[in-house]
Design a binder for this molecule. Structure first.
Ligand code: NAP
Length: 328
């Protein structure tokens, strides 16, 4: 009995020490916790993005004092409800940061030729610093052709082949906003990437692939595994991830059993789930089963208010860069 009492006391003391450190510093939490008795730290992407937007506004004001008003042309083709709401959010962010937006709204049956001519005009306009064409485009328009028509130095989305190539070989260029925002989130939360195993599920050109490059290069210095529909036994990879990024586009694709205890889980997915209790008729859900995952993970981003606001903050960052700012 005496031995048992001593063991229980030692265990309790150990638990207290762990609780103390994990409450004190989220950084320790990732390394110390080995079980699921404590909920994850929720990464408040919304607040982090608000701070970045405030700093962007200060930079924009400085540029204006020097006679440059940062200006982004936002091109919307058609009236896809998700695209309309993304464009509205981007324009609101520009206005709040004191930057100009040159809106171009085109009908969904606009010809590819007309759209390309419009992009040519924006390329030549010296008062327009950045050009964003909201994707997806209607099926009769070749998206890659449109992206390639944007001048690389105005390509604030970072989708142009020149900018994609620069990222690949480590030259300075425009980096896509969502992966850039994820790196900012990890840095802001002091989540260690150096030496970490980062597993990204999804290999799109706008999220998975550029994020893999950003995490693998210095200074992030992570070891990266990129998963997709051809990956066999996905869970065996995700369960070994110190940093797990889900960019899939399928609600609840990542369950709690696929997560390593204490891992940092970044949920990029934005899925519209029909919900008649909502005025809009839907609610947003990520790719991760949030409620179950938060009991296992060390850190987790919510949906909404996780990665999404960071994407918009990074758009402001890239627009400032295009307008000649030295960045944040
Ligand atoms: P995408 O182009 O559709 O790519 C999805 C990727 O996920 C593909 O590589 C696909 O593999 C992979 N995948 C699909 N099902 C899978 C499965 N069961 N197992 C393993 N891999 C699977 O998507 P995306 O544009 O990257 O977007 C992904 C999600 O992020 C969407 O919900 C989108 O709305 C959201 N998103 C959010 C933001 C934001 O700011 N929050 C920004 C961009 C995107 P294959 O290549 O083999 O098909």
């Amino acid at each position: 009995h005496q031995k048992l009492r001593l063991e229980i006391r030692a265990q309790n003391n150990y638990s207290r020490i762990i609780t103390f450190f994990t409450a004190l510093c989220p950084l320790y939490k990732q390394n110390l916790r080995g079980d699921s008795y404590m909920s994850a730290v929720i990464i408040d992407g919304f607040s982090i993005a608000q701070n970045l937007r405030q700093r962007a506004a200060e930079k924009a004001a400085l540029l204006k004092q020097n006679g440059v008003e940062p200006c982004l042309a936002v091109v919307l083709v058609g009236d896809n409800p998700a695209s309309v709401s993304y464009v509205a959010a981007k324009k609101k962010a520009l206005a709040e940061a004191g930057m100009a937006d040159r809106s171009v709204n085109l009908p969904c049956d606009v010809s590819e030729e007309h759209l390309l001519a419009g992009i040519g005009d924006l390329n030549r306009n010296p008062s327009v610093h950045g050009i964003l064409v909201q994707l997806p485009l209607p099926s009769h328009i070749d998206e890659q052709k449109v992206i390639a028509a944007i001048a690389p130095e105005k390509d604030v989305d970072g989708f142009h082949p020149v900018n994609a190539g620069k990222l690949l070989i480590g030259e300075d260029g425009f980096v896509p906003c969502t992966p850039l925002g994820i790196i900012e989130l990890l840095n802001e939360m002091r989540i260690k990437t150096d030496g970490a195993h980062a597993v990204i599920v999804g290999r799109s050109n706008i999220v998975g692939k550029p994020l893999a490059l950003l995490l693998a290069r210095k200074p992030a210095n992570a070891t990266v595994t990129l998963c997709h529909t051809g990956t066999k036994n996905l869970a065996s990879f995700t369960r070994s991830a110190d940093i797990l990024v889900a960019a899939i586009g399928r609600p609840n694709a990542i369950g709690a059993g696929m997560i390593k205890p204490g891992a940092a889980v970044i949920d990029v997915g934005v899925n519209r789930i029909p919900d008649h209790t909502k005025k809009s008729g839907f609610r947003l859900a990520g790719d991760v089963d949030f409620e179950a995952a938060r009991e296992i993970a060390g850190f987790i981003t919510p949906v909404p208010k996780g990665v999404g606001p960071m994407t918009i903050a990074m758009l402001l960052h890239n627009t400032l860069k295009a307008a000649g700012s030295t960045g944040y």
